[in-house]
Design a protein around this ligand. Structure first.
Ligand code: AMP
Length: 198
């Protein structure tokens, strides 16, 4: 199975690129951010809880996020593979994902990190706010917090996968198509190497 993690700070283009990669590799896209927004929109109990964190740019607690993700994976047993977008964002989430995949004799294929300078992220998010309707994109204080949370809590996840030789750093600036090309080149390179089950 192909299990890709699309990684990077808020505004690095994960969602946009995930949509392209899903088509290219016929994978199932899981965005925990989209899942939370859908719960918030439907005013579910989970949505109400999630909103108290997303509105401040904080992470939703691991236990809640992990069980939501697990259920989505379990509900889709017949797909060719997954593209995880916005998950894992903490070491505990990475650990849970590894354990979940190991139970199926599976593993992460690779983590693709889209590298974008902070100044560019703020410009992109403020611009996206005009059309996304996302409150967390519109408030500079919340954006700054999201970037800080990424640096402090999420970045170590990439370091963890780097130790396993699974992290691939890519330049996340340029046109959408240029970035897609870079991703495809990197993923094709990963897939060309025989996957060894541990
Ligand atoms: P995103 O659309 O990926 O930028 O996510 C929007 C917000 O949803 C984040 O700022 C978090 O509050 C929450 N969120 C999304 N994914 C996760 C995750 N893996 N762990 C914790 N919170 C998350």
């Amino acid at each position: 199975m192909i299990n890709l993690i699309l990684f990077g700070p808020p505004g690095s283009g994960k969602g946009t690129q995930a949509a392209k990669l899903v088509k290219q590799y016929n994978l199932y896209h899981i965005s925990t951010g989209d899942m939370f927004r859908s719960e918030i929109g439907n005013k579910t109990e989970l949505g109400l809880l999630a909103k108290s964190y997303t509105s401040k740019g904080e992470l939703v607690p691991d236990a809640v996020t992990i069980s939501m993700l697990k259920k989505r994976v379990e509900d889709n047993p017949d797909v060719k593979g997954f593209i995880f977008d916005g998950f894992p964002r903490t070491n505990a989430q990475a650990q849970a994902l590894n354990e979940m995949l190991a139970e199926k004799n599976d593993d992460i294929t690779g983590l693709l990190l889209l590298d974008v300078p902070a100044e560019e992220l703020i410009i992109r998010l403020m611009d996206r706010a005009k059309t996304s309707g996302r409150a967390d994109d519109a408030d500079p204080k919340v954006i700054k917090n999201r970037i800080q949370v990424y640096r402090e809590t999420t970045q170590p996840v990439a370091d963890f996968y780097a130790q396993l030789d699974k992290t691939h750093y890519l330049k996340g600036v340029g046109t959408i198509d240029e970035i897609t090309e870079r991703l495809i080149k990197s993923i094709d390179g990963i897939l060309a190497v025989p996957q060894v089950a541990e």
